[in-house]
Structures are given as structure tokens and as C-alpha cells.
Design a protein around this ligand. Structure first.
Ligand SMILES: Cc1cc2nc3c(=O)[nH]c(=O)nc-3n(C[C@H](O)[C@H](O)[C@H](O)COP(=O)(O)O)c2cc1C
Length: 408
């Protein structure tokens, strides 16, 4: 049982009782209790009508297991490799921007926990901690996720820093031509709060007063974070400038060519929804593909990721590994994705809720929940290791399957 409060908050605040946290939804509720509404909704919300956000989670229910019973099940082996990197379980931490707003030095706390759990932490360009400090905080491998904020020269300098700091792969996110339309952010006054002018801010500041524990941590951590991995000529990019910076720096396939000259390690293309883009990513030299719709935060109305996974696995034809993120809240979801051809999954909100609820121990609880879910699911399926997972262990709707498989 974990019952801990981390860092400077200990002693002053009521700890989250981890024995009462049974699933990721419990972590979500704990995060909601601790965070001001605008910060909670930033994590929890999605784009427009949040159709894709909901569908990412729901669509896992359309996949049913087909277990093999009455077989001996030793403790299952969850270990795998992703682009050559060994990990303790097929779950990787997705890049989650602004984690420092959820918990003091949030990126470092999450990275440390990922490393202790034996898996990869992915650091977003839009993080509040220096990439060197985050790498130092983890005993495990780390990947760096690139946005081209600030333009090519700024990104080149960051890539060199990431390489020198020991990041082993680059994630290039291709689904963020503009920031998605997050209605919750508008309602919560996220724009007005960044003006730092009392008049516009006034109707929205109540939410901070209602969350003194978060506020105390936020102030002790230096207040509103900047982006120290986007170093502009006059210093780190400011929080208020992020939307415009994203819009001015759309990643295109052409960029992959100059990025490749600076970054010689593996590149993961994140944000692939279709067989067409998967094939394009292969043509451009991707070393892995991540089927992702940004957790329903960008283009609303696209399919759930688990639904398009079979089409993309088919298009890739085993040439590179396929990863998936979006809607993973239970270990059973991880197992379903692996049965349908994913090498591993990335989790975003599942660990972000834990971080926001209780810092490192909250993240560790999220990982423990998923790990024990996966172990139990494998045993109930009659599998001794994640390597044994295959399509015969699940039924998915026929119209998810690529034409090449259904016409057989
Ligand atoms: C609060 C938050 C911030 C995110 N920031 C980034 C980011 O900076 N870069 C990126 O490529 N993806 C970002 N994502 C998307 C995640 O990497 C991932 O695709 C998504 O969270 C997966 O869906 P899930 O949250 O349902 O697991 C973010 C997601 C969340 C929830």
C-alpha cells in the first residue's frame, strides 16, 4: 500500500490515501479535487464536442476477448522492446505538455517514476522543466517530442541539447497544425488569466482560491512556468505565446529531411490516423509510427485510435513497429491494443491524473494499476507473456479490419 505525500507539500496537506485508489478513474477524481478547474480541464478536456475524446475510451469496449482457459499460467512476462529499447512492460509515458502546472517540477517527478518502473518517459517540447534536468531525474530511457515552436534554428538548438543530454529517440508530432479548439479552456478564462491584468482575470481567479494546496505548490515552484526548451533570442518562450507559436510552426514532411540531418537516432511519427499517412511516414524514413489523435485534443470527429489500428498495422506490414495512444485507462485496453498489432501503448491522461493528484506516488499508482491489470488479463487469457498476444485472442468489429483481411 502506498500512502505518501511527496516533496514540500508533505506535512501541510492531506495526503491522497492510495489504498482507496482502485483505478485510473479514481486518480482522475483525486486530481479534480486538488486542481483549479482550468488546470484540471486542461488535462481532462478535448477538442470541440469531445466526440473523439469519449470515443477513444469507449471503442475499447467494442473489442471482446477470446480467452484460452484451463492452461497453466506462470507469472506472465510483460517485458518487451520498442525500437530496440528494452522496457519492463508495454506501456510508455506519452509527451504531456505543461506537466509542471499539475505538480511542482512535474516533468521530473513523472520521469523519475517512469524510470523506476522500467519504462520510457517522453518529454514534450512544451514542458516547464529543462530537458537536461528531466533526463537526469530518470534512471530509464527518455524520448524527446518535438514541436517547431520558434522556428528551425530554435528547434535545431534544442535537438542538439536533447542529443547531448542522452534522449534516445525523437517523437515528431504531426497533428498540431494549430492548437485544437478546447471549449473548456475558453469557459475557464485560460486566455484572460494569461493577460496578468487584474480586470480580465478577476472573474476567473476564484478557482485558485478554492484550491489552496495546489496554489501553495504552484507559488513555491516559481509561479507560472515558461518553456525552457524553446529558447528564443530573448529567453524561454512565455506561456501566453504557445498557441501562436504552434500555428506559426506547422511540422510538414519536408521538415523531416533537415531534422534527420541533425537527429541521427530513431524518429517516431506521432499523430497517424490513416493507412495513407502511415505509408507516407514509412516513405519518409520513420523508425516507428504512433497511431494517435492527440487524445482527442486536436481534430474532433476522427475515429478512435483502437478502431484505426488494424488498418495501419496492415499498411505498415511489419516494416516498423506501430504504437498506439488514446483512451488507455485499463490494462485490458493495453492487451487489446497488443492483440490488434501494437508493439506498446503510450499513456497520457492515465499518468497525468496521478501526477496531478499526488505527484510521483500518484504516477506510480497509475503504473501499478495498469501493470497488475495486464498481469491478470494475460493469466485469464491463458498467455504466459505479452509476446504471445495475437489477433486470435480478440474479436473486433468486422468493419475495423482492412479490406485485405476481410475479403479473404
Ligand atoms: C494535458 C495533455 C497535454 C499534452 N501535450 C502534448 C504535447 O505537448 N505533445 C504531444 O505530442 N502530445 C501531447 N498530448 C497528447 C499525448 O501525448 C497523447 O497523445 C494523449 O494524451 C493520449 O491520449 P490519453 O490521454 O487518452 O492517453 C497531451 C495530452 C494531454 C492530456
Amino acid at each position: 500500500m502506498i500512502r505518501e505525500m511527496t516533496n514540500a507539500e508533505s506535512g501541510r496537506l492531506k495526503a491522497v490515501d492510495m489504498s482507496r485508489i482502485v483505478n485510473v478513474e479514481d486518480l482522475r477524481r483525486a486530481a479534480r479535487r486538488r486542481l483549479p478547474r482550468s488546470v484540471f480541464d486542461y488535462i481532462d478536456g478535448g477538442a470541440d464536442g469531445e466526440v473523439t475524446l469519449r470515443e477513444n475510451v469507449r471503442a475499447f469496449q467494442d473489442v471482446a476477448f477470446r480467452p484460452r482457459c484451463a492452461v497453466e499460467t506462470p507469472p506472465p512476462d510483460l517485458r518487451t522492446t520498442v525500437i530496440g529499447t528494452p522496457i519492463s512492460m508495454p506501456v510508455i509515458f506519452a509527451p504531456v505538455g505543461s506537466s509542471r502546472m499539475f505538480w511542482p517540477r512535474g516533468e521530473e517527478a513523472a520521469a523519475a517514476t517512469a524510470g523506476a518502473a522500467g519504462t520510457i518517459y517522453s518529454l514534450s517540447t512544451l514542458s516547464g522543466c529543462r530537458l537536461e534536468d528531466v533526463k537526469k531525474a530518470t534512471s530509464g530511457p527518455a524520448w524527446y517530442q518535438l514541436y517547431l515552436c520558434g522556428g528551425r534554428d530554435v528547434a535545431s538548438a534544442t535537438l542538439q541539447r536533447a542529443r547531448d543530454a542522452g534522449y534516445s529517440a525523437l517523437i515528431l508530432t504531426i497533428d498540431t497544425a494549430v492548437a485544437g479548439m478546447r471549449e473548456r479552456d475558453l469557459r475557464n478564462g485560460s486566455k484572460q488569466l494569461l493577460t496578468r491584468k487584474l480586470g480580465p482575470m478577476l472573474p476567473y481567479v476564484w478557482q485558485f482560491a478554492a484550491r489552496p494546496s495546489w496554489l501553495a505548490g504552484f507559488l513555491r515552484d516559481g509561479g507560472l512556468m515558461k518553456f525552457p526548451n524553446v529558447m528564443l533570442p530573448d529567453g524561454p518562450m512565455l506561456y501566453a505565446d504557445v498557441s501562436l507559436a504552434l500555428e506559426q510552426s506547422t511540422v510538414t514532411w519536408r521538415d523531416l529531411r533537415w531534422i534527420r540531418e541533425i537527429w541521427t537516432g530513431p524518429v517516431v511519427i506521432k499523430g497517424v490516423h490513416t493507412a495513407e499517412d502511415a505509408r507516407r511516414a514509412l516513405d519518409e524514413g520513420a523508425n516507428a509510427i504512433c497511431v494517435s489523435n492527440h487524445g482527442g485534443r486536436q481534430l474532433d470527429g476522427v475515429h478512435a485510435t483502437i478502431r484505426v489500428l488494424p488498418e495501419i498495422v496492415d499498411a505498415v506490414g511489419g516494416r516498423v513497429e506501430v504504437l498506439l495512444d488514446g483512451g488507455v485507462r485499463r490494462g485490458g485496453d493495453v492487451v487489446k491494443a497488443l492483440c490488434l498489432g501494437a508493439r506498446a501503448v503510450l499513456i497520457g491522461r492515465a499518468y497525468a491524473y496521478g501526477l496531478a493528484a499526488a505527484g510521483g506516488p500518484g504516477v506510480a499508482r497509475a503504473v501499478d494499476i495498469l501493470r497488475s491489470d495486464i498481469v491478470r488479463t494475460l493469466k485469464l487469457l491463458g498467455c504466459a507473456s505479452v509476446r504471445e498476444l495475437n489477433g486470435s485472442l480478440v474479436d473486433a468489429p468486422r468493419d475495423w479490419m482492412p479490406r485485405s483481411l476481410t475479403s479473404a
